[in-house]
Ligand binder design. Structure first.
Ligand SMILES: C[S@@+](CC[C@H](N)C(=O)[O-])C[C@H]1O[C@@H](n2cnc3c(N)ncnc32)[C@H](O)[C@@H]1O
Length: 810
């Protein structure tokens, strides 16, 4: 096996825990899994009692068990989980391989509703045992379509501590590749049903500074399409202020309408995830290459960025809101040191004790003291920063990258900050990776502060209205920020600017101020750094000039395309037609319509898309039908009528679709639609045949009713899009989604694709497999193959292949 390239701290360009090439267990032999510096450093930190050290080290050398989570809306997840529990696990329970019993998958004891699983079987068992082979195929296909998320157990934790609700405004600051983003989205969509998606009032911004990695986010989000999602490509440590108008802001009841109406506000978040780039030594079981190059300097080097990201998050959090800060590193310099420095620099926050939040989770408290290493050869001899600085001559002082915040606070300060409320997970406790979590809360509002205390921070012109609106201007120095933190009455959005029409001179300056705060916004952590002020027209992140994505443009609610979609799908008047967007420069042909919720619409309308480096927003609901069917309908009918409802957008649109666009069908019809690309309409049974034949050509929604077909049963309604042409029908699903559906319902892959793959294999002299290969992979080999195919880390294209309109009718 070739050695894998790609090394470096997690989330860094050189690779990290999310680099698939790095994530192979076969790059290093167990006997080589040692690193003197690692042992010396962590022993010096006393991360564990001496009695546990050996167990810890040994576990760090074991490969990680395979873990996965049943994803999607709660209802759908419960259903699939029942299939795993009642069909697959019993089937796997008695497996004996080469004379030894193999354990079936087990539920993670702490994951809510038992929706996460773990199994630990050797590759050759997955390869050779027919039962596990079949289970593996099931996992691969369900992962492809987003019903299962292959995710490290510990990586599932941060979203659980965030407790996102559908109305929350959430930002995932370092989100790629997006496994936690998917969990956050699911929580926003907690009210979705089996077939229909809600349009949550809340918001999720999934951000990552690596442009390429934002495409992983887009790919992930296609599995759980949401009108509440935006993907941005910004440096989280200088995330710019997002402007929203007053109607998106909650005001105290007594606020005068004219006061509320005239301002723009900075969007503040209810929940923020800071899953920051880190050295990643907690992933060493999955990325054993770390043994070779581990150095304490990795953590030292990341500390400052981690701190700046957390501080920026704190600046963007609403009062009463919550931040989860997490790393997959064991190093206190990347963990408690960052949290302590952040808490010391920005008052008004506290660590929350959620140690009993997930019963069954075994963890250890945060550390209160540690000794950073000042060299890669592990010199931990300096108990304080002062001691360290004293040991240096002037030239060394100038060159040193060590900061005071690398060191622990004084014992009484550590006690006051409550650092033990942090959560540490060690591999030997529950056979997982290593992980760190801190939950920070911005103290809830205390009610109106005495007027005298407020006066000095006010600008005279703002005073009355501010008091009426109960909000504060963002301040740029820590003192003012502290006052604002303790004085603001409702903890809602902060005033960014007066409405331009009313305060033409003042407004731009205030936006600049807010942007400057975004750029410099951590005054106390780097007091000696000069404040950066931006000239008018320049952005905080200074990168918009290079942003090449297409803009989003709202399409007029009375546009002929929208009108025809309203008509063709018999959409109810309550359908939010004013929230449809296109992603084209003006004048280009419209190919897809995206639907966003009100808050996303508002953000797009009030922020330059290039300034916020908006990669994607909302969910694609309608797509232009191009290809054989569209051609046949003739040029006259073109643009206006040839939009189809897309499979990914159907759950969102479904609650609004009227009877005229819906047909009922049974399991036999589903089988026929899966078995052929373009089955003839005449080949279906009544009443479906007559019902669909009577309709004009175009896009329809089919409700497949629960029922029985021989030994196969459909236990719940299934709703899918089809395209009707002159003589035939097409099920409008990606090929892989068809295979997954087929496996789930019929227990085998009955699609054309599977038959073609089997025929190709036969031509090459291979045997018939249990199921066709997933994606474009040819071999399915145990856990490494699972890693690749189940997509935890694999970089995947954002496009699926759809065997529909592009192809000519057979
Ligand atoms: C630990 S990974 C995030 C994993 C992700 N939360 C998940 O669960 O799939 C860290 C991410 O931070 C990104 N990153 C690094 N520096 C960043 C910065 N300054 N701002 C935003 N993202 C950053 C990396 O590209 C990487 O994708």
């Amino acid at each position: 096996m070739a050695k894998k390239k790609g090394r470096g701290p997690k989330g860094q360009k050189a690779g990290g825990r999310d680099d698939a090439a790095w994530a192979r267990t076969d790059v290093i032999e167990r006997e080589h899994m040692k690193n003197e510096r690692f042992e010396k450093y962590y022993k010096a930190q006393n991360i564990l009692p001496e009695s546990e050290w050996d167990a810890f080290l040994e576990k760090m050398k074991d490969p990680l068990p395979t873990t996965f989570r049943v994803a999607g809306s709660r209802q759908a997840a419960r259903l699939l989980n029942d299939t795993i529990k009642n069909v697959h696990v019993p089937h796997l329970a008695g497996v004996v391989f080469e004379g030894e019993a193999v354990s079936p998958p087990q539920q993670l004891p702490w994951y809510p509703e038992g929706l996460a699983w773990q199994f630990n079987v050797a590759k050759k068992v997955v390869r050779k045992s027919p039962e596990f082979k079949k289970f593996h195929s099931f996992l691969v296909y369900e992962t492809e379509v987003g019903n299962i998320s292959r995710q490290e157990a510990v990586s599932m934790l941060p979203p659980l501590f965030l407790e996102v609700e559908p109305h929350h405004r959430v930002i995932d600051m370092c989100a790629a590749p997006g496994s936690k983003t998917a969990q956050l989205l699911e929580a926003l969509h907690a009210h979705d049903t089996l077939t229909a998606s809600s349009i949550p009032p809340g918001l999720l911004i999934a951000n990552d500074s690596e442009y390429k990695r934002t495409h992983l986010l887009i790919h992930q989000s296609a599995r759980l399409p949401s009108p509440a999602l935006m993907v941005t490509n910004l440096d989280a440590s200088i995330f710019p202020a997002i402007k929203i108008p007053s109607e998106q802001t909650a005001f105290p009841a007594h606020t005068k309408a004219r006061v509320a109406a005239k301002r723009q506000y900075q969007l503040m978040f209810d929940r923020i995830l800071c899953d920051v780039p880190c050295s990643g030594d907690g992933t060493i079981r999955k990325n054993p290459g770390i043994w070779k190059h581990w150095s304490p300097m990795d953590g030292n080097g990341l500390h400052s960025l981690q701190l700046r990201i957390l501080q920026r998050a704190m600046r963007m959090l609403k009062k009463g809101g919550r931040i989860v800060y997490s790393t997959c590193s064991l190093n206190p310099v990347e963990n408690e040191a960052v949290v302590a420095a952040a808490l010391k620099s920005i008052p008004g926050f506290e660590l929350v004790d959620m140690s009993t939040h997930l019963p069954g989770l075994v963890h250890r408290p945060g550390m209160t003291t540690w000794t950073p290493s000042v060299s890669k050869d592990v010199d931990t001899s300096f108990a304080t920063y002062a001691e360290y600085v004293q040991s240096l001559d002037e030239a060394q002082r100038g060159a040193s990258k060590m900061l005071e915040s690398h060191w622990p606070p004084a014992p009484e300060e550590a006690e006051r900050l409550g650092l033990t409320r942090c959560i540490r997970i060690y591999p030997h406790l529950q056979d997982t990776g290593g992980f760190f979590i801190a939950i920070l809360q911005k103290k809830p509002p205390r009610g109106p502060a005495p007027a005298a205390a407020k006066e000095p921070t006010k600008r005279p012109a703002d005073a009355t209205e501010e008091a009426e609106a109960g909000v504060k201007k963002p301040k740029l120095d820590e003192e003012a920020q502290t006052e604002a933190d303790s004085d603001a009455e409702d903890g809602e959005e902060e005033v960014l600017e007066e409405h331009a029409a009313q305060e033409p001179d003042d407004a731009p300056m205030q936006v600049e101020e807010a942007e400057a705060e975004a750029k410099t916004g951590e005054p106390s952590s780097s007091p000696s750094e000069p404040r950066i002020r931006f000239k008018k027209g320049k952005t905080a992140e200074g990168a918009s000039a290079h942003f090449k994505e297409n803009p989003y443009t709202f399409i007029a609610p009375d546009d002929p395309i929208v009108t025809s979609c309203m008509e063709n799908f018999d959409l109810s008047p309550s359908f939010p037609r004013a929230n449809l967007l296109v992603r084209n420069p003006a004048g280009d042909t419209v190919r897809s319509l995206y639907l966003v919720n009100d808050i996303v619409k508002s953000i797009i309308a009030h922020n330059d898309y290039a300034r916020i480096r908006l990669m994607t927003a909302g969910t694609k609901v309608f797509g232009k039908q191009e290809g054989a069917e569209a051609k046949r309908a003739g040029p006259g009918a073109a643009d206006a009528s040839h939009f189809r409802v897309l499979a990914e957008g159907l759950p969102v649109v479904l609650p609004y679709v009227g009877e005229r666009a819906v047909v009922s069908a049974d399991l036999a019809a589903l089988k026929t639609l899966l078995e052929a690309y373009y089955p003839l309409t005449s080949g279906f049974a009544d009443p479906f045949r007559t019902a669909i034949s009577e309709k004009p050509n175009g896009s329809y929604v089919v409700r497949f009713q629960p029922g029985q077909l021989g030994p196969v049963s459909l236990t719940h309604e299934l709703v899918l899009p089809i395209w009707k042409s002159n003589v035939s029908l097409t099920l409008m699903l990606e090929k892989r989604a068809k295979s997954a559906l087929s496996l789930r319902i019929f227990g085998e892959d009955i699609t054309v694709r599977a038959r073609e793959a089997a025929a190709a294999r036969k031509r090459q002299g291979g045997g018939a497999p249990q199921a066709p290969p997933a994606a474009d992979s040819q071999v399915i080999e145990g856990d490494a193959a699972l890693d690749d195919e189940m997509g935890e880390d694999a970089e995947k294209s954002d496009r699926g292949d759809i065997d529909d309109a592009e192809a000519e009718e057979a």
